[in-house]
Design a protein around this ligand. Sequence first.
Ligand SMILES: CC(C)NC(=O)[C@H](Cc1c[nH]c2ccccc12)NC(=O)[C@H](CCCC/N=C(/NCCC(=O)O)S[C@H]1O[C@H](COP(=O)(O)OP(=O)(O)OC[C@H]2O[C@@H](n3cnc4c(N)ncnc43)[C@H](O)[C@@H]2O)[C@@H](O)[C@H]1O)NC(=O)OCc1ccccc1
Length: 227
Amino acid sequence: MTVRNIVILTGAGISAESGVATFRGPGGLWEGHRVEDVCTPEALARDPETVHRFYDLRREALAGVEPNAAHHALARLDREWPGELLIVTQNVDDLHERAGAARMLHMHGELLSALCTGCGARNEWRGPLPPGSECPRCGAAALRPDIVFFGEIPRKMERIEAALSGCDLFVSIGTSGAVYPAAGFVQLARHYGAETLELNLEASEGSLLFDDSRMGPAGTLVPAWVE
Ligand SMILES: CC(C)NC(=O)[C@H](Cc1c[nH]c2ccccc12)NC(=O)[C@H](CCCC/N=C(/NCCC(=O)O)S[C@H]1O[C@H](COP(=O)(O)OP(=O)(O)OC[C@H]2O[C@@H](n3cnc4c(N)ncnc43)[C@H](O)[C@@H]2O)[C@@H](O)[C@H]1O)NC(=O)OCc1ccccc1
């Protein structure tokens, strides 16, 4: 089958070699926190201080990390691929953009953005975001981390489903396949007749669903695959 249209799903594993903590596993983000305490609308309502600080720390940590060879390889593919290509990341870091990727989207939000729950504006945000911060557009003291919490609808689902319905190749990089709807994309891509490839450090919850599954660090596997 000639491959023309590609959809690439990335997770925390692609940023691990840049020093960004993954979620599960030793030293994982969720190690220090119960998901329910920092990544749900209920937690934000109950204890905004803790939730805002959790994301302030991760936003601050971004200044100390750089894109790695996997991010750069995907950015190059994005520049040179003549067919359709869409990078869908579950990550809230900005390493894909910093590597130069353009045809990409964040389905679970971004650390460098603050969402106004008053007027809906998304504001670029770099520093700490204390609860009650004012929206630059409407002035309401209603800014929150621009993050998709558990129980909230992921972003740009229509665009993602449209790309999956037209792709010939679906590639999953550095994700454990534990969180839906992202974990269901491989089935959707297969349903539309696409080839499916997984590049991951270890077997994931969805490995058996892929036509080809290669194990190893993204910083090595992704440049080799793009070559
Ligand atoms: C826990 C799970 C069971 N729960 C869910 O999935 C829930 C509920 C649910 C919905 N549908 C279901 C169906 C069945 C069961 C449950 C559900 N889903 C939701 O609530 C979602 C919202 C979920 C989003 C929550 N927010 C995140 N992130 C932002 C915050 C933040 O970042 O702080 S999720 C967050 O966790 C997930 C973490 O997973 P990974 O990125 O894969 O990271 P992990 O550490 O787990 O794994 C890393 C992998 O990399 C590998 N690796 C490590 N190093 C390397 C390396 N160097 N190289 C290569 N690979 C490497 C490892 O081996 C490992 O495999 C990511 O998605 C990440 O974004 N919303 C929703 O469903 O709304 C309705 C809806 C649905 C469809 C359409 C309309 C409405």
